[in-house]
Ligand binder design. Structure first.
Ligand code: G1P
Length: 276
């Protein structure tokens, strides 16, 4: 069974990058010459999730424009040597379909996912948080997870080991290891204090969710930071049925923080950037 849709919660403010993000969405910040959100969209399309459902907000129009034709630009550079620079975005526009809904109030990741329900409907879907840039040889993280979904048919979260004193920045899981890198989740906590954390296995911004999550989110009370947390809804889903966690293959950069953003920039410049 194919998963065709991926949800992109892109309504957040990006205060850590002010003033750059005052009038520009944080998802449009470039890692070298490509906006963060385009890396995410390319990963989703590669995984077969060609419908990209964006949960946007006020001040995010540049994202909608990015995933549309720019007639002026096409006219200006068509036939010139500069055309090659549009190759990656043209290929994304050829393969992808972009749907959007606005999240009117910022009430947490769970609330953003629920806002996207009308774009997803009643089918399993991917979720990609574009702050987490994942780069690897071979299939991308969402493609790896889509394959696992065919085996387990339940929600899956991507995880990574992080230093113990950093667990308070993440959702953290604990569970039984079924085989190398795959866990059946029995506990999940959003942003725990390091002394109360059940492990150092942190959730990274890639999920496959089954659509029953929408009803569960609806009955989930606000949690950490007074927000409706996806992690809390997933904990309920794990208790009632099954949620898997998957230690993905690849490297992840926390582009929601300035040091992670700089690290990603240097890495992409050294490994992928080609002057033309
Ligand atoms: C969100 C999730 C958290 C997850 C993290 C990954 O937190 O709530 O569980 O570990 O993304 O980046 P945020 O970074 O939005 O605070």
């Amino acid at each position: 069974m194919m998963i065709n849709k991926c949800l992109f919660p892109v309504a957040g403010y990006g205060t850590r990058f002010l003033p750059a993000t005052k009038s520009m969405p944080k998802e449009m910040l470039p890692i070298v010459n490509k906006p963060l959100v385009q890396y995410g969209v390319e990963e989703a399309i590669e995984a077969g999730m060609t419908t990209c459902a964006m949960v946007t907000g006020r001040g995010k129009r540049a994202i909608a424009d990015h995933f549309d034709i720019s007639y002026e630009l096409e006219h200006q550079i068509s036939g010139s040597g500069k055309e090659a620079r549009l190759e990656s975005i043209r290929s994304v526009l050829e393969k992808g379909v972009f749907t959007m809904v606005r999240q009117r109030e910022m009430k947490g990741l769970g609330h953003a996912i629920l806002t996207g329900q009308s774009l997803i409907g009643n089918e399993p879907f991917g979720v990609l948080l574009s702050d987490d840039l994942c780069i690897n040889d071979g299939p991308g993280v969402l493609a790896q997870m889509a394959e696992l979904y065919n085996q387990f048919r339940c929600s899956i979260v991507a995880i990574q080991e992080v230093p113990h004193d950093e667990v308070n920045k993440y959702g953290v899981i604990a569970g039984e290891s079924l085989k190398d890198g795959i866990y059946r989740v029995d506990e999940m906590v959003e942003k725990p204090d390091p002394e109360n954390a059940p492990s150092n296995l942190a959730i990274i911004g890639r999920y496959i969710l089954t659509p029953d999550i929408f009803d569960i989110i609806r009955e989930t009370a606000p949690g950490a930071h007074g927000e409706i947390q996806l992690t809390d809804a997933l904990q309920t889903q794990a208790r009632r049925g099954c949620v898997m966690a998957y230690k993905f293959k690849g490297r992840r950069f926390d582009c929601g923080s300035v040091p992670g953003f700089v690290e990603a920039t240097n890495y992409v410049y050294e490994h992928f950037y080609r002057e033309d």
